[in-house]
Design a protein around this ligand. Structure first.
Ligand SMILES: Nc1ncnc2c1ncn2[C@@H]1O[C@H](COP(=O)(O)OP(=O)(O)OP(=O)(O)O)[C@@H](O)[C@H]1O
Length: 269
């Protein structure tokens, strides 16, 4: 048996914990599908965390539980000292597809969460913030454009604005750029890093890509195959801001092989 896998280390803490998951399990149906079993995670304030694991190991389930979209069958999820029992304004989410409503303009799409939560007046008041966010993501001048007039990368930038408009402390990202071509995806990842650093937000990214996890994260959590558990949390000691050129550094290569080794062997034990 691979020694690294049996050596389950406690999660490395970088700063103040903002999210705490204790012993979280999730069973689907009448308990026939054990998606997660005893997951313990601690996310630190202002840090970029990612979770990687084989297909079906429970990554999206974990994210949905963290977002309050589905309850855990067992265990506790606490964010900023308060249990997560449903969607909250301090949690921002982004998925693989931008899912913008085609009949709303870009800015109307961005303001939708505010409108749904606080009404039309509050959404109108938040418009300058939405326009500033469009500027931040390089979409200045596209506020009145409809989704059909945006490219895939532009639509995902608009989705970033929609996630940020409520000024969440935590960003939960479920493979947000995996539908984009590689060049756009690399670029968007660097943009994401810039935004997260600028806003001092905490981020949690679900990804299938080892290099994406390493280039973006302070900590990479490796999950076992179903039922998913966090088998190892690896601190990535590369300087910030990260650049795509860092992928040729020997340390980068070492992190990638360590994670690949865990996924090849340990994650399937
Ligand atoms: N609503 C549901 N009802 C029943 N089973 C479910 C449900 N959602 C997920 N599952 C099961 O739970 C397990 C974990 O699914 P999940 O989508 O969380 O995995 P994942 O790691 O995100 O997968 P992928 O990497 O392929 O997207 C899978 O076996 C899946 O079939």
């Amino acid at each position: 048996m691979n020694k690294a896998v049996t050596d389950i280390r406690p999660v490395i803490k970088l700063g103040k914990p903002v999210y705490e998951l204790s012993n979280v399990s999730k069973y689907y149906g009448d308990g026939g599908v054990v998606a997660l079993e005893g997951v313990n995670l601690s996310l630190t304030k202002g840090a970029f965390h990612s979770v990687i694991g084989s297909s079906g190991c429970g990554k999206s389930t974990l994210l949905k539980i963290m977002a309050g979209l589905t309850p855990p069958s067992k265990g506790r999820v606490v964010l900023s000292g308060k249990p997560v029992r449903g969607p909250r304004a301090d949690i921002g989410m982004m998925f693989q597809q931008a899912t913008l409503f085609p009949w709303r303009t870009t800015v109307q799409n961005i303001l939708l969460p505010v409108e749904l939560r606080e009404g039309k007046k509050a959404a109108e008041a938040a418009k300058p913030r939405a326009l500033a966010l469009l500027d931040l993501v390089g979409l200045k001048g596209f506020s009145e454009a409809y989704p059909s007039q945006l490219s895939g990368g532009m639509a995902q930038r608009a989705a970033i604005c929609r996630m940020l408009v409520s000024e969440p402390d935590v960003l939960l990202l479920d493979e947000p750029f995996s539908a984009l071509d590689e060049i756009t995806r690399d670029f968007m990842n660097m943009e994401l890093q810039r935004i997260v650093l600028e806003r001092e937000a905490s981020a949690f990214l679900v990804t299938h890509s080892i290099s994406e996890a390493v280039i973006l994260s302070d900590i990479v959590h490796v999950m076992s195959a179903r039922p998913g558990r966090v088998i190892r949390s690896i601190k990535i000691d590369l300087p910030r801001p990260r650049t795509l050129e860092m992928a040729i550094m020997p340390e980068f290569g070492r992190y990638v092989s360590e994670i690949r080794d865990l996924l090849d062997k340990g994650a399937f034990l």
